[in-house]
Design a protein around this ligand. Structure first.
Ligand code: CA2
Length: 140
């Protein structure tokens, strides 16, 4: 099982600002925890982050044939990007959507996701554990 973990815009700032919403964990910490869990469960984990919508679309296009599944936290693009929706759908891969915060308990503009309709599972509000739960579900 090869899993691509894709993180979107501003998630590179994790642990440095707004800890009341996103906690003190950095993106490097999240990626290290996912890699460790992947090793434990026999899954090969690759992590990528980009602030650019087109770069995320490229990563998704290149994932076809190279990975079995994508765990994606598209951050703000979750709520806006038809391009990422289309790329994920076209990939034919298993898709898990993750958010650190509970997007439904926040502003109304975060309540809609373009990714949820094509995701196998949607996890939000569990912080880093959400990524770990997605890895466990994909390797179950
Ligand atoms: O809860 C999540 O994981 C989100 O995907 C995070 C996005 C937000 O736009 C989504 O609605 C929910 C924002 C990521 C920005 O992360 C920051 C981290 C530290 C400081 C500033 C932003």
């Amino acid at each position: 099982m090869k899993i691509l973990i894709l993180n979107g815009p501003n998630l590179n700032l994790l642990g440095t600002r707004e800890p009341e919403i996103y906690g003190h964990t950095t993106l490097a910490d999240i990626e290290a925890r996912c890699m460790a869990l992947g090793a434990e469960l026999g899954a090969e984990i690759t992590c990528r982050q980009s602030n650019a919508e087109h770069a995320l679309v490229e990563e998704i296009q290149q994932a076809r044939g190279a990975f079995d599944a994508i765990i994606i936290n598209a951050a703000a693009y979750t709520h806006t990007s038809v391009a990422i929706h289309d790329a994920l759908k076209a990939s034919g891969l298993r898709i898990m959507e993750v958010h650190l915060s509970n997007i439904h308990a926040r502003e109304a503009f975060r309540h809609h996701s373009h990714i949820s309709p094509i995701a196998e599972g949607v996890i939000c509000g569990l912080g880093v554990m959400g990524y770990e739960a997605a890895i466990r579900a994909l390797t179950a």
